[in-house]
Design a protein around this ligand. Structure first.
Ligand code: PLP
Length: 443
């Protein structure tokens, strides 16, 4: 709240417009703040401008707020809605499961029906197991890696996000001063236990080799987002994932792809299929449930047998609950139809959108770098390519905040960090309307 210094994209005019038409959201936000800590259910949602909006319903590519404003949605609930909002493909499966039972805490048919689909789709999967969130399932993967290797630590990359557990919420978005003053992992906030992570730089082989030279005997695994979606949607440079595959093999460590975002988004087989590098373990938690809270660890039998035999503990009251698995089952069936043909149009439309956005912004005189792929890409006000988190520190984030406010006023909902997600529900007409909105925002 308050006034803004930046005049790009006529931000004061846009701010006034958006406030005028979203007064119902502001009222609700103020009411929620009185009983709900921060007025939101996840800390990151507080960053929204001019204040967090309240939504009433969504259908396909559109979401509608409590004041009746409809937006073309490229946030997709921070990624899960690969089929768009309230997809028809899932409605029947969910309502019939509601009538049959919400959860059993015991075995049912959907568990193996979904695991069969997952094993068929994911290159590294001989077996899978379920949990409820990405944060949880990453912890299962890291515990498994420690058990298998007998080593206590893991390597993660600066800027990569693997959930909010103390062990992994380090060196995620450290500020320039923290980077100068702190050596070792930088905690995301106070109150965190010390992490055993070893930090390296994305797309930088030397930093990985140095880490293994110094700590090789302690490193159980490398974990990474195979496309760095949480810091700029930065793709791996050619050969980098192959290098990670080799270096882990030669040091007896595991390679874990955190596919919470890329899974069932870059393709049916996720990033490992898209980049043709197969990790030992992979984690999933967004598109796999198409909007329901389910997460998955997939891995080779030689590793997953430790969970199968029970020596590595994996538990959870709501794991594999039938409601989420009914959604996952219907979503996976839709996505896998005709050999995953739907991904071709997902990439093609996303590509047209990202090219169009870049062209319009560039023609309007802005320095823009676009990263990522059609189904998940980043738009950044910066004049050089991005290789890793440190490069993202040069992005003009205040300018992007002004741009996304102007887009909101034009009826397009964007995430605050430059990330755009597309769904199978977005149409060519949606792309045209979005590009027209970008024209208006830059006018
Ligand atoms: N890993 C990645 C790559 C993520 O993007 C996220 C969440 O955004 C997580 C893990 C944590 O997942 P969750 O928010 O479901 O705990």
């Amino acid at each position: 709240m308050g006034t803004y210094m930046h005049s790009d994209f006529r931000s004061q005019y846009r701010d006034a417009n958006v406030r005028k038409k979203t007064s119902g959201s502001l009222q609700r936000y103020e009411r929620a703040c009185k009983t709900l800590a921060g007025g939101v259910s996840s800390g990151l949602r507080r960053a929204a401008r001019p204040y967090p909006l309240f939504f009433d319903h969504g259908h396909g590519s559109q979401i509608v707020d409590v004041d009746g404003n409809a937006y073309l949605d490229y946030t997709l609930a921070w990624g899960p809605l690969i089929l768009g909002h309230s997809p028809e493909q899932l409605q029947g499966a969910l309502t019939s499961q509601v009538a049959k039972g919400l959860t059993f805490g015991a075995q049912h048919d959907l568990e193996y029906e979904v695991s069969e689909k997952l094993v068929a789709a994911i290159p590294c999967a001989d077996r899978v197991c379920y949990a409820n969130s990405g944060t949880e399932i990453v912890q299962v993967a890291l515990r498994l890696a420690r058990a298998i290797t007998g080593r206590p630590r893991f390597l993660k990359f600066e800027g990569h996000y693997h959930g909010w557990d103390d062990s992994v919420l380090v060196s995620y978005h450290p500020g320039p001063q923290q980077l100068e003053s702190q050596t070792g992992p930088v905690p995301g906030g106070i109150g965190q236990l010390e992490s055993r992570a070893i930090i390296a730089q994305w797309n930088d082989r030397d930093s990985v080799e140095r880490a293994f030279a110094e700590h090789g005997a302690e490193i159980s695994a490398i974990i990474c987002e195979p496309m760095l979606c949480n810091s700029g949607c930065i793709s791996p440079v050619p050969g980098f994932l192959e290098f990670l595959r080799k270096v882990t093999e030669s040091h007896g460590a595991l390679l874990i792809f955190d596919e919470v975002i890329t899974g069932f988004r870059l393709g049916l087989g996720g990033a490992q299929e898209f980049y043709r590098v197969t990790p030992d373990l992979a984690t999933y938690a967004k598109a796999v449930g198409a909007g329901t809270p389910v997460s998955v660890l997939a891995g080779k039998w030689e590793y997953m047998k430790w969970i199968a035999e029970g020596s590595v503990v994996h538990a959870g009251t709501l794991n594999g609950n039938p409601l989420c698995l009914a959604a996952a089952n219907a979503a996976l069936e839709y996505l896998a139809a005709n050999g995953g043909a739907v991904y071709e149009s997902l990439h093609r439309r996303g590509q047209r959108l990202r090219d169009g956005v870049r062209k319009i912004l560039t023609a309007a005189g802005h320095e823009v770098t676009v990263t990522g792929e059609g189904p998940a890409f980043g738009v950044h006000f910066v004049g050089h390519p991005l290789r890793n988190y440190r490069d993202t520190l040069h992005i003009d984030k205040a300018k992007y905040a002004d741009f996304s406010l102007a887009m909101l006023d034009e009826g397009v909902l964007l995430l605050p960090d430059g990330r755009w997600y597309t769904s199978t529900a977005h149409t060519d007409d949606d792309v045209d309307r979005t590009l027209a909105a970008v024209e208006q925002a830059t006018a």
